[in-house]
Write a new protein. Structure first.
Length: 379
Protein backbone atom coordinates (compact mmCIF):
# COMPACT_ATOMS: atom_id res chain seq x y z
CA UNK A 1 0.00 0.00 0.00
CA UNK A 2 2.74 2.42 0.95
CA UNK A 3 4.48 1.70 -2.36
CA UNK A 4 1.30 2.50 -4.26
CA UNK A 5 0.94 5.80 -2.41
CA UNK A 6 4.53 6.75 -3.36
CA UNK A 7 3.83 5.90 -6.99
CA UNK A 8 0.70 8.05 -6.98
CA UNK A 9 2.60 11.01 -5.53
CA UNK A 10 5.31 10.61 -8.18
CA UNK A 11 2.76 10.53 -11.00
CA UNK A 12 1.06 13.62 -9.63
CA UNK A 13 4.39 15.45 -9.50
CA UNK A 14 5.12 14.56 -13.11
CA UNK A 15 1.72 15.86 -14.14
CA UNK A 16 2.40 19.19 -12.44
CA UNK A 17 5.79 19.49 -14.14
CA UNK A 18 4.29 18.65 -17.50
CA UNK A 19 1.73 21.43 -17.11
CA UNK A 20 4.48 23.91 -16.20
CA UNK A 21 6.75 23.18 -19.18
CA UNK A 22 4.23 22.35 -21.82
CA UNK A 23 3.88 24.05 -25.20
CA UNK A 24 3.67 27.84 -24.98
CA UNK A 25 1.80 30.26 -27.29
CA UNK A 26 3.79 31.12 -30.41
CA UNK A 27 2.92 34.81 -30.38
CA UNK A 28 6.18 35.72 -28.66
CA UNK A 29 7.94 35.83 -32.04
CA UNK A 30 7.96 39.48 -33.08
CA UNK A 31 7.59 40.57 -36.66
CA UNK A 32 10.41 42.96 -35.93
CA UNK A 33 12.80 40.00 -36.06
CA UNK A 34 12.24 39.73 -39.81
CA UNK A 35 15.09 41.30 -41.75
CA UNK A 36 13.88 43.43 -44.60
CA UNK A 37 16.30 43.47 -47.51
CA UNK A 38 16.33 47.17 -48.00
CA UNK A 39 15.00 49.57 -45.47
CA UNK A 40 16.21 47.90 -42.32
CA UNK A 41 18.88 50.61 -42.54
CA UNK A 42 16.31 53.33 -43.09
CA UNK A 43 14.60 53.16 -39.74
CA UNK A 44 17.93 52.84 -38.00
CA UNK A 45 19.81 55.69 -39.61
CA UNK A 46 16.85 58.04 -39.43
CA UNK A 47 16.68 57.18 -35.76
CA UNK A 48 20.27 58.35 -35.57
CA UNK A 49 19.18 61.67 -37.04
CA UNK A 50 16.85 62.16 -34.13
CA UNK A 51 19.10 60.90 -31.35
CA UNK A 52 22.44 62.31 -32.42
CA UNK A 53 21.20 65.64 -33.64
CA UNK A 54 19.47 66.05 -30.32
CA UNK A 55 22.82 65.66 -28.57
CA UNK A 56 24.62 68.10 -30.87
CA UNK A 57 22.05 70.89 -30.61
CA UNK A 58 20.16 70.48 -27.35
CA UNK A 59 18.97 74.07 -27.22
CA UNK A 60 17.63 74.26 -30.76
CA UNK A 61 15.19 72.20 -32.76
CA UNK A 62 15.61 69.22 -30.47
CA UNK A 63 14.60 66.08 -32.33
CA UNK A 64 12.29 63.52 -30.82
CA UNK A 65 13.10 59.92 -31.57
CA UNK A 66 9.43 59.01 -31.40
CA UNK A 67 8.69 61.05 -34.50
CA UNK A 68 11.30 59.15 -36.48
CA UNK A 69 10.38 55.65 -35.47
CA UNK A 70 9.93 54.61 -39.05
CA UNK A 71 11.90 57.37 -40.75
CA UNK A 72 13.27 56.61 -44.15
CA UNK A 73 16.13 57.24 -46.38
CA UNK A 74 17.08 54.58 -48.58
CA UNK A 75 17.02 52.43 -51.54
CA UNK A 76 14.12 52.39 -53.87
CA UNK A 77 12.35 49.70 -55.77
CA UNK A 78 12.95 48.29 -59.21
CA UNK A 79 15.31 49.81 -61.74
CA UNK A 80 13.99 51.84 -64.61
CA UNK A 81 14.92 50.95 -68.16
CA UNK A 82 16.32 52.31 -71.34
CA UNK A 83 13.83 52.72 -74.14
CA UNK A 84 12.69 49.45 -75.65
CA UNK A 85 14.32 47.23 -73.03
CA UNK A 86 13.15 45.78 -69.75
CA UNK A 87 15.42 45.89 -66.74
CA UNK A 88 15.50 43.29 -63.97
CA UNK A 89 13.59 44.11 -60.84
CA UNK A 90 15.51 45.69 -57.98
CA UNK A 91 12.88 45.36 -55.33
CA UNK A 92 13.08 47.14 -52.03
CA UNK A 93 11.87 44.42 -49.72
CA UNK A 94 10.75 40.83 -49.96
CA UNK A 95 7.32 41.97 -48.83
CA UNK A 96 6.92 44.13 -51.92
CA UNK A 97 8.69 42.61 -54.87
CA UNK A 98 7.70 44.56 -57.97
CA UNK A 99 7.71 43.06 -61.41
CA UNK A 100 10.45 44.11 -63.85
CA UNK A 101 10.08 47.75 -64.78
CA UNK A 102 8.56 48.42 -68.20
CA UNK A 103 10.24 50.61 -70.78
CA UNK A 104 9.72 54.33 -70.18
CA UNK A 105 6.59 55.66 -71.76
CA UNK A 106 5.67 59.17 -72.79
CA UNK A 107 2.56 60.51 -71.20
CA UNK A 108 0.56 63.66 -71.53
CA UNK A 109 1.83 66.69 -69.69
CA UNK A 110 -1.77 67.09 -68.56
CA UNK A 111 -1.06 64.38 -66.00
CA UNK A 112 1.01 66.95 -64.13
CA UNK A 113 0.60 70.53 -65.39
CA UNK A 114 4.02 72.13 -65.72
CA UNK A 115 2.85 75.49 -64.44
CA UNK A 116 6.01 76.03 -62.41
CA UNK A 117 8.57 74.61 -64.83
CA UNK A 118 9.82 78.01 -66.01
CA UNK A 119 10.12 79.33 -62.48
CA UNK A 120 12.00 76.21 -61.44
CA UNK A 121 14.37 76.56 -64.40
CA UNK A 122 15.05 80.20 -63.54
CA UNK A 123 15.62 79.26 -59.93
CA UNK A 124 18.10 76.57 -61.00
CA UNK A 125 20.06 79.07 -63.08
CA UNK A 126 20.14 81.53 -60.19
CA UNK A 127 21.38 78.85 -57.82
CA UNK A 128 24.21 77.85 -60.13
CA UNK A 129 25.22 81.43 -60.87
CA UNK A 130 25.29 82.34 -57.19
CA UNK A 131 27.30 79.34 -56.19
CA UNK A 132 30.73 80.86 -56.59
CA UNK A 133 33.88 79.39 -58.05
CA UNK A 134 35.82 76.26 -57.29
CA UNK A 135 34.76 72.73 -56.55
CA UNK A 136 34.62 71.40 -60.11
CA UNK A 137 30.81 71.45 -60.41
CA UNK A 138 27.84 73.60 -61.25
CA UNK A 139 26.54 73.78 -57.71
CA UNK A 140 24.07 70.90 -58.01
CA UNK A 141 25.78 68.56 -55.55
CA UNK A 142 23.81 67.71 -52.41
CA UNK A 143 24.62 65.97 -49.14
CA UNK A 144 22.09 63.58 -47.59
CA UNK A 145 23.39 62.53 -44.21
CA UNK A 146 22.29 60.91 -40.98
CA UNK A 147 24.03 60.24 -37.72
CA UNK A 148 27.19 61.70 -36.30
CA UNK A 149 28.77 62.93 -39.54
CA UNK A 150 30.92 66.05 -39.61
CA UNK A 151 29.41 67.48 -42.77
CA UNK A 152 31.62 70.61 -42.89
CA UNK A 153 34.69 68.35 -42.74
CA UNK A 154 33.33 66.30 -45.62
CA UNK A 155 32.55 69.35 -47.74
CA UNK A 156 36.03 70.70 -47.01
CA UNK A 157 35.27 74.04 -48.63
CA UNK A 158 33.97 72.61 -51.91
CA UNK A 159 31.77 75.21 -53.57
CA UNK A 160 30.22 72.49 -55.71
CA UNK A 161 28.14 71.41 -52.70
CA UNK A 162 24.97 73.43 -52.63
CA UNK A 163 22.40 71.54 -50.53
CA UNK A 164 22.13 69.50 -47.32
CA UNK A 165 19.15 67.52 -46.07
CA UNK A 166 18.67 64.95 -43.32
CA UNK A 167 15.23 63.39 -43.86
CA UNK A 168 13.70 65.73 -41.29
CA UNK A 169 12.78 69.37 -40.56
CA UNK A 170 15.52 69.78 -37.92
CA UNK A 171 18.24 72.12 -39.12
CA UNK A 172 21.70 71.18 -37.79
CA UNK A 173 23.71 73.91 -36.13
CA UNK A 174 26.71 73.34 -38.38
CA UNK A 175 24.82 74.98 -41.23
CA UNK A 176 26.02 78.31 -39.85
CA UNK A 177 29.61 77.31 -40.74
CA UNK A 178 28.83 76.61 -44.41
CA UNK A 179 26.76 79.66 -45.40
CA UNK A 180 26.93 78.96 -49.14
CA UNK A 181 24.99 75.70 -48.60
CA UNK A 182 21.19 75.57 -48.34
CA UNK A 183 19.56 73.42 -45.69
CA UNK A 184 16.51 71.69 -47.17
CA UNK A 185 13.90 70.54 -44.63
CA UNK A 186 11.75 67.55 -45.49
CA UNK A 187 8.16 66.78 -44.60
CA UNK A 188 9.01 63.08 -44.22
CA UNK A 189 5.45 62.02 -43.43
CA UNK A 190 2.65 62.32 -40.95
CA UNK A 191 4.84 61.46 -37.95
CA UNK A 192 6.85 64.67 -38.41
CA UNK A 193 3.90 66.96 -39.16
CA UNK A 194 3.92 68.81 -35.83
CA UNK A 195 7.64 69.51 -35.84
CA UNK A 196 7.59 70.47 -39.51
CA UNK A 197 4.86 73.06 -38.97
CA UNK A 198 6.58 74.41 -35.87
CA UNK A 199 10.00 74.79 -37.47
CA UNK A 200 9.56 75.46 -41.16
CA UNK A 201 8.47 79.08 -41.28
CA UNK A 202 9.32 82.06 -43.44
CA UNK A 203 13.09 82.55 -43.47
CA UNK A 204 13.94 79.12 -42.03
CA UNK A 205 14.96 77.81 -45.46
CA UNK A 206 14.40 78.47 -49.15
CA UNK A 207 13.47 74.95 -50.25
CA UNK A 208 11.33 72.17 -48.80
CA UNK A 209 10.86 68.54 -49.78
CA UNK A 210 7.67 66.50 -49.74
CA UNK A 211 7.01 63.02 -48.39
CA UNK A 212 9.70 60.33 -48.46
CA UNK A 213 8.84 57.27 -50.57
CA UNK A 214 5.06 57.56 -50.19
CA UNK A 215 4.57 54.44 -52.34
CA UNK A 216 6.71 52.27 -50.06
CA UNK A 217 5.64 50.26 -47.03
CA UNK A 218 7.75 51.21 -44.04
CA UNK A 219 8.34 54.72 -45.37
CA UNK A 220 5.74 57.51 -45.67
CA UNK A 221 3.42 54.84 -47.11
CA UNK A 222 0.34 56.91 -47.90
CA UNK A 223 -2.14 57.05 -50.74
CA UNK A 224 -1.88 59.80 -53.37
CA UNK A 225 -5.16 61.17 -52.03
CA UNK A 226 -3.79 61.39 -48.50
CA UNK A 227 -0.58 62.87 -49.91
CA UNK A 228 -2.60 65.62 -51.56
CA UNK A 229 -4.36 66.39 -48.26
CA UNK A 230 -1.06 66.61 -46.42
CA UNK A 231 0.44 68.76 -49.15
CA UNK A 232 -2.39 71.30 -48.99
CA UNK A 233 -2.18 71.42 -45.20
CA UNK A 234 1.57 71.48 -44.57
CA UNK A 235 3.47 72.36 -47.76
CA UNK A 236 1.23 74.55 -49.89
CA UNK A 237 1.20 77.39 -47.31
CA UNK A 238 4.99 77.64 -47.67
CA UNK A 239 4.66 78.75 -51.29
CA UNK A 240 3.38 82.18 -50.24
CA UNK A 241 6.33 82.39 -47.82
CA UNK A 242 8.85 82.18 -50.64
CA UNK A 243 9.66 78.47 -50.59
CA UNK A 244 10.55 76.40 -53.65
CA UNK A 245 8.78 73.08 -53.19
CA UNK A 246 9.86 69.59 -54.20
CA UNK A 247 7.37 66.79 -54.83
CA UNK A 248 6.99 63.68 -52.72
CA UNK A 249 9.93 61.41 -53.64
CA UNK A 250 8.83 57.94 -54.75
CA UNK A 251 11.00 54.91 -55.30
CA UNK A 252 11.99 53.97 -58.84
CA UNK A 253 9.63 51.01 -58.80
CA UNK A 254 6.79 51.27 -61.35
CA UNK A 255 4.45 52.08 -58.45
CA UNK A 256 6.42 55.28 -57.82
CA UNK A 257 5.57 56.81 -61.17
CA UNK A 258 1.95 55.70 -60.80
CA UNK A 259 1.79 57.28 -57.35
CA UNK A 260 3.03 60.63 -58.65
CA UNK A 261 0.59 60.63 -61.56
CA UNK A 262 -2.30 59.97 -59.19
CA UNK A 263 -1.04 62.65 -56.81
CA UNK A 264 -1.03 65.30 -59.53
CA UNK A 265 -4.43 64.20 -60.78
CA UNK A 266 -5.79 64.50 -57.24
CA UNK A 267 -4.06 67.81 -56.58
CA UNK A 268 -3.82 69.79 -59.85
CA UNK A 269 -3.70 73.01 -57.82
CA UNK A 270 -0.69 71.93 -55.74
CA UNK A 271 2.35 74.15 -56.29
CA UNK A 272 5.15 71.70 -57.08
CA UNK A 273 8.29 73.38 -58.42
CA UNK A 274 10.39 70.27 -59.06
CA UNK A 275 10.15 66.48 -58.99
CA UNK A 276 12.11 64.56 -56.34
CA UNK A 277 12.93 60.94 -57.09
CA UNK A 278 15.03 58.04 -55.79
CA UNK A 279 16.93 55.47 -57.83
CA UNK A 280 18.90 52.35 -56.91
CA UNK A 281 20.37 49.94 -59.42
CA UNK A 282 23.65 49.07 -61.10
CA UNK A 283 23.23 50.35 -64.68
CA UNK A 284 24.07 54.01 -65.24
CA UNK A 285 22.15 54.10 -68.52
CA UNK A 286 19.00 52.88 -66.79
CA UNK A 287 19.46 55.64 -64.22
CA UNK A 288 19.71 58.22 -67.01
CA UNK A 289 16.65 56.74 -68.76
CA UNK A 290 14.69 57.03 -65.49
CA UNK A 291 15.45 60.73 -65.20
CA UNK A 292 14.63 61.36 -68.84
CA UNK A 293 11.34 59.53 -68.41
CA UNK A 294 10.35 61.47 -65.28
CA UNK A 295 11.21 64.79 -66.89
CA UNK A 296 9.24 63.94 -70.02
CA UNK A 297 6.27 62.68 -68.01
CA UNK A 298 5.94 65.41 -65.38
CA UNK A 299 7.40 68.41 -67.21
CA UNK A 300 9.38 69.72 -64.27
CA UNK A 301 12.99 69.96 -63.22
CA UNK A 302 14.34 67.11 -61.11
CA UNK A 303 16.16 66.57 -57.83
CA UNK A 304 17.59 63.08 -57.33
CA UNK A 305 17.35 62.96 -53.55
CA UNK A 306 18.74 59.41 -53.20
CA UNK A 307 20.75 57.23 -55.57
CA UNK A 308 23.57 54.70 -55.50
CA UNK A 309 25.09 51.79 -57.40
CA UNK A 310 23.19 49.20 -55.40
CA UNK A 311 21.36 46.00 -56.33
CA UNK A 312 18.22 45.34 -54.29
CA UNK A 313 16.86 42.67 -56.62
CA UNK A 314 17.75 39.83 -54.26
CA UNK A 315 20.39 38.49 -56.66
CA UNK A 316 23.10 40.43 -54.81
CA UNK A 317 24.87 41.48 -57.99
CA UNK A 318 26.63 44.35 -56.29
CA UNK A 319 28.96 46.93 -57.79
CA UNK A 320 32.65 46.58 -57.19
CA UNK A 321 34.66 49.64 -56.23
CA UNK A 322 35.63 50.18 -59.86
CA UNK A 323 32.04 49.83 -61.02
CA UNK A 324 30.85 52.33 -58.42
CA UNK A 325 33.48 54.81 -59.60
CA UNK A 326 32.44 54.36 -63.23
CA UNK A 327 28.75 54.62 -62.28
CA UNK A 328 29.35 57.86 -60.39
CA UNK A 329 31.40 59.44 -63.16
CA UNK A 330 28.81 58.57 -65.83
CA UNK A 331 25.77 59.67 -63.83
CA UNK A 332 27.43 62.79 -62.43
CA UNK A 333 28.58 63.86 -65.88
CA UNK A 334 25.05 63.47 -67.21
CA UNK A 335 23.46 65.44 -64.37
CA UNK A 336 26.07 68.19 -64.41
CA UNK A 337 25.43 68.73 -68.11
CA UNK A 338 21.64 68.39 -68.13
CA UNK A 339 19.77 71.62 -67.49
CA UNK A 340 16.65 70.10 -65.96
CA UNK A 341 18.60 68.30 -63.22
CA UNK A 342 18.73 70.82 -60.38
CA UNK A 343 20.31 68.75 -57.62
CA UNK A 344 21.52 65.25 -56.80
CA UNK A 345 22.30 63.46 -53.52
CA UNK A 346 24.39 60.28 -53.47
CA UNK A 347 23.62 57.82 -50.68
CA UNK A 348 27.00 57.52 -49.03
CA UNK A 349 27.73 60.36 -46.58
CA UNK A 350 27.19 57.94 -43.71
CA UNK A 351 29.42 56.07 -41.28
CA UNK A 352 26.99 53.16 -41.12
CA UNK A 353 25.77 52.24 -44.59
CA UNK A 354 23.67 49.40 -43.14
CA UNK A 355 22.59 47.19 -46.04
CA UNK A 356 23.71 49.54 -48.79
CA UNK A 357 26.98 48.28 -50.26
CA UNK A 358 30.00 49.88 -48.59
CA UNK A 359 31.64 50.45 -51.97
CA UNK A 360 29.22 53.42 -52.21
CA UNK A 361 30.55 55.04 -49.04
CA UNK A 362 31.92 58.55 -49.54
CA UNK A 363 33.60 59.28 -46.20
CA UNK A 364 36.52 58.22 -44.05
CA UNK A 365 36.25 57.58 -40.32
CA UNK A 366 36.95 61.25 -39.56
CA UNK A 367 34.21 62.36 -42.02
CA UNK A 368 36.74 63.61 -44.56
CA UNK A 369 35.98 62.60 -48.15
CA UNK A 370 37.54 59.38 -49.37
CA UNK A 371 38.60 58.99 -53.01
CA UNK A 372 35.02 58.41 -54.18
CA UNK A 373 33.82 61.29 -52.00
CA UNK A 374 36.36 63.65 -53.53
CA UNK A 375 35.11 62.70 -56.97
CA UNK A 376 31.56 63.35 -55.84
CA UNK A 377 32.20 66.85 -54.48
CA UNK A 378 34.33 67.81 -57.46
CA UNK A 379 37.88 67.61 -56.10
Amino acid sequence: MALNIVRLVALASLAVLGASFGAQPANAVSLESHHFVRHDHAARHHGLVAKRQASTRPRRCRARTSTLADGSSSAAGSSSTTAGTTSPATSARPTTTPAPAPAPTTTSRAQAPATTSKAATNNNNNNNNNNGGGGGGSGKTGIAYAGNVNVPAFIAGSRAVRYVYNWSPWKPEFMDSIPWVDYVPMFWGEKQAGDFDRLVKRGYARFALGMNEPNQEGQANISPQRGAQLWRQHLQPLKSQGYTLGSPAPTNAPSGKTWLRDFFNTCPDCSVDFIATHWYGTDAQQFIAHLQDYHGTFGRNIWVTEYACQDFSGRNQQCSGGQVSSFMQTTRNFMENTGYIQAYFYFGVLHDMNNVQYTNKLINGDSSPNTLGRTYIGY
